[in-house]
Design a protein around this ligand. Structure first.
Ligand code: SF4
Length: 185
């Protein structure tokens, strides 16, 4: 894809943390996308469900934000969540550019792996899939929400990090978290 097309790919972003340790193992930059059409009862991010423009950013702009996090916080990778990341057209290409930077990718999706575009699935390192089911609250694992959600290690990048999701590991020591808000059109 040429650079002109890169600047035409746009994403609907709600907010971004430049540094977090609670959205997956290691230092991460986390991107919350706006919009989800799954409507889980008890959704933890109801404000991100609306399918409306929030901060509209180009692929290059989003990549530059990740680069700031990489330079400033030495992030190991990014986490994609929302909202429903798979609604973002162009995410596969963005992910390929993230991998070119040597960064890892964890993606949450309310859809199951089998219902997602295969190329999108293969563009991440770890997929955490499935809707949030209020009647299956998971009290043994962090971040995942409900017991139906599965960790799919698409590459071996995070296979040794499965313990991160065990609740027995405290996250209280988490310190710096740096948010960035984007003025988009
Ligand atoms: S998939 Fe996630 S963002 Fe979408 S409704 Fe379910 S819990 Fe909320």
């Amino acid at each position: 894809m040429d650079s002109n097309l890169n600047s035409m790919i746009k994403f609907n972003v709600a907010y971004i943390k430049l540094l977090t340790k609670i959205e997956g193992p290691f230092n991460r930059c986390c991107i919350w996308f706006q919009g989800c059409n799954i409507n889980c009862k008890g959704c933890g991010n109801p404000d991100l469900q609306a399918l409306k423009p929030n901060h509209i950013v180009t692929e290059d702009e989003l990549l530059n934000i990740v680069l700031i996090a990489k330079d400033k916080y030495k992030i190991e990778g990014i986490t994609l969540t929302g909202g429903e990341p798979s609604l973002q057209v162009g995410l596969k290409h963005f992910n390929s550019r993230i991998h070119e930077l040597g960064l890892g990718i964890i993606m949450f999706s309310g859809k199951t792996k089998d219902s997602l575009d295969e190329e999108l699935v293969n563009s991440v390192d770890l997929l955490i899939d499935g809707p949030f089911l209020e009647n299956q609250i998971d009290r043994d694992r962090i971040l995942l929400g409900s017991k139906n959600k599965k960790l799919h290690f698409i590459t071996d990048r995070y296979t040794k990090e499965e313990d991160y999701f065990n609740l027995s590991i405290s996250r209280e020591e988490v310190v710096a978290e740096d948010y960035i808000f984007i003025n988009g059109d």
